[in-house]
Design a binder for this molecule. Structure first.
Ligand code: GDU
Length: 598
């Protein structure tokens, strides 16, 4: 009571609310006024921040937590009453007529799209010290994920503006959700690289706040063990992105600028943009309010499964069921073997890769009702089977793919399945854990993420008529991987399957030990026989024709042990470094027409 004089009117109301919600322990240890006053004020400021950054304030947080903790204690199944079944969606095959039709439509729509990158996660499973966006997506060119994403968006912007009709924005906006763990490093990465060619005003950083930890089943907020004037906090999950986009006013400003689609994506998937044109096309042609991009998924693989859930009362929804819940849900509903591969060798439930395309207008209408709040869950680790105490404090969490859960059944919710080799190769696991992944399942490591880029590019060239040598199987950091020729191009060279066909006009042969790098939008491969390394860089306006036979000693992968800490972490986590013996490097830094023959 005596400490009330330290607080403003609003702060007193907040403190009273907390007392009414059985949070008296937060203040019980406060000494007489005059002692620790500054710390007390900082504490109240933190409480105010926690209150303002959660939809409905701290009172809602505490009440939601109490309910979810009671459900968890009672072992209540979140899917009680629902029967899972395999949903139907658009299944695409790279390069066929339908795929090309969707890609064309997608390129047109790109100009009406805003991109949202969720990058607030620390990547604990990867164990990398820096931010994941700064990791090289591949080490042939050393392009980091953020640069790759930005270049792809700029290439989409150029391609789309060439086809633009009617009202559309001149620049494609990019919002990046960061957190206290990633914000400063993300900003630094952008600033020290001149935003990788984007206008600074095109990029908006939105920082998510952590949420209060919960110390017991009554949702009493946990004080930080090392500071009794601080509430312990933890990340709330990528679902925060919806509330942040809404409360910051970003969505309405995009709407006024003519944006129709919002495309969400994650921090480390070097293949993603190969699948974006076609999936945007699916959204536009099918008029989907929600379109989730999916891939074929091995049973029990650590990605959520897209599932149709039908309730006894007739409700139904198509939604991601997280991998740890899908198997028990299937077992509880008459599928004795749970989540298993069918005769195709894959689970019948497609894997959610968490690339979502939302139609902006219905999205804004929905968020007006919910303020962006997403259904949450809690995952306490209990001390024992009585479930009365936790091993350590817990918190509520939410996932961005749960957005459709609140939608009316009339909403058009669909999904698009792509070939995995084309669309999905994230970097999530550290070398030790990756090496333990059961044979046949993807490693999702820095090693496999990089190899997947070479494989995808090799396969794309093959499908466009090039003769690309077969891969060699090698082992790096205990992971057996296919090593294809190291073929890399930047998105300005080709975004779609038709772009590749156009740029590859004649015969092209590449041996397994070769490296081919193409950077530049107007490089035409008329005839190429490559056994070694060829790097072509052409500035805007330089039209280059390649008509050559190139043979040199090239670049090779040399194994590196991930435990060898004399080697940079970005390199040793992939288990190899690139040894550059020799190469042909062509740089065209002035506009004009050029032909390289040899
Ligand atoms: N992220 C945030 N804030 C957070 C937590 C995560 O922005 O509080 C970001 C991460 O930076 C990352 C993305 O969210 O870009 C996803 O995080 P994880 O890679 O840790 O995600 P998970 O592997 O746990 O799972 C998610 C989905 C799964 C499946 C999988 C596919 O929840 O259903 O789709 O990605 O990669």
């Amino acid at each position: 009571q005596k400490n009330l004089a330290l607080l403003s009117g609003d702060q007193i109301e907040l403190a009273k609310m907390l007392m009414g919600e059985n949070q008296g322990h937060l203040f019980a240890h406060w000494p007489e006024p005059g002692v620790d006053d500054e710390a007390k004020q900082l504490f109240v400021k933190q409480v105010e921040k926690l209150d303002s950054s959660y939809p409905g304030g701290l009172i809602s947080y505490i009440r939601n937590a109490r309910k979810l903790l009671a459900d968890s204690k009672a072992g209540k199944n979140p899917y009680y009453g629902f029967t899972p079944s395999v949903p139907s969606g658009e299944v695409l095959t790279y390069g066929n007529e339908t795929f090309i039709k969707f890609e064309e439509a997608g390129i047109k729509e790109a100009r009406n799209t805003a991109f949202v990158l969720v990058a607030g996660g620390l990547g604990e499973r990867l164990g990398y010290k820096g931010i994941k966006l700064a990791l090289p997506s591949e080490t042939t060119t050393g392009t980091c994920f953020l640069q790759h994403y930005i270049e792809a968006i700029l290439a989409l912007q150029n391609a789309s503006s060439r086809m633009a009709e009617g009202k559309c924005q001149s620049q494609i906006p990019l919002a990046i959700m960061t957190s206290d763990d990633t914000h400063a490093q993300t900003l630094k990465l952008l600033e020290s690289n001149a935003y990788f060619g984007m206008q600074q005003t095109q990029v908006k950083l939105l920082k998510q706040e952590k949420v209060a930890c919960l110390g017991d089943n009554d949702a009493r907020l946990a004080l930080d063990p090392s500071d009794k004037y601080k509430i312990q906090t933890k990340p709330h999950g990528h679902g925060d992105v919806h509330a942040l986009l809404y409360s910051s006013g970003v969505l309405t400003s995009w709407h006024s600028a003519g944006v129709k689609w919002v495309l969400f994506f994650q921090d480390t998937n070097g293949l993603l943009f190969k699948a974006i044109p076609a999936s945007l096309g699916v959204s536009s042609i099918k008029g989907y309010h929600v379109n989730s991009l999916a891939v074929l998924r091995k049973a029990k693989e650590a990605i959520g499964g897209i599932t149709k859930l039908t309730h006894k009362d007739g409700r139904s929804m198509v939604i991601n069921v997280e991998y740890n819940q899908l198997d028990p849900l299937l077992r509880a509903t008459g599928h004795a073997d749970g989540d298993v591969n069918d005769e195709t060798g894959f689970s019948p439930y497609p894997g959610n890769i968490n690339q979502l395309i939302l139609q902006l207008e219905p999205y804004i209408e929905e968020l007006k009702k919910t303020n962006g709040a997403i259904e949450e869950f809690v995952n306490p680790k209990y001390k024992d089977s009585s479930k009365t105490a936790f091993k350590s404090s817990t918190r509520l969490e939410c996932m961005m793919q749960d957005y459709p859960k609140s939608l009316d059944p009339s909403a058009r919710v669909g999904f698009t399945v792509m070939d995995t080799w084309l669309a999905y190769a994230p970097v999530k696991n550290n070398p030790e854990d990756a090496a333990k992944v059961p044979k046949g399942n993807p490693y999702h490591s820095a090693t496999s993420g990089e190899m997947a880029i070479y494989r995808a590019n090799s396969l794309i060239l093959r499908k466009s008529g090039a003769e690309i040598a077969d891969p060699k199987v090698e082992t790096f950091n205990g992971q057996e991987v296919e090593v294809w020729p190291r073929i890399v191009w930047n998105p300005h060279w080709a975004l779609t399957s038709s772009d590749v066909k156009r740029k590859l006009s004649g015969s092209c042969q590449v041996s397994q030990q070769s490296t081919l790098v193409i950077k530049g939008s107007d490089v035409l491969v008329e005839k190429l026989s490559l056994d070694g390394t060829l790097v072509v860089k052409a500035t805007e306006g330089a039209e280059v024709k390649i008509c050559a036979s190139v043979k040199n000693q090239g670049w090779h992968l040399k194994p590196v042990d991930y435990k060898d800490d004399s080697v940079a972490e970005e390199i040793r986590t992939r288990g190899f470094r690139i040894e550059k013996i020799n190469q042909i490097e062509l740089t065209y830094d002035k506009p004009g027409k050029f032909t390289f023959t040899s």
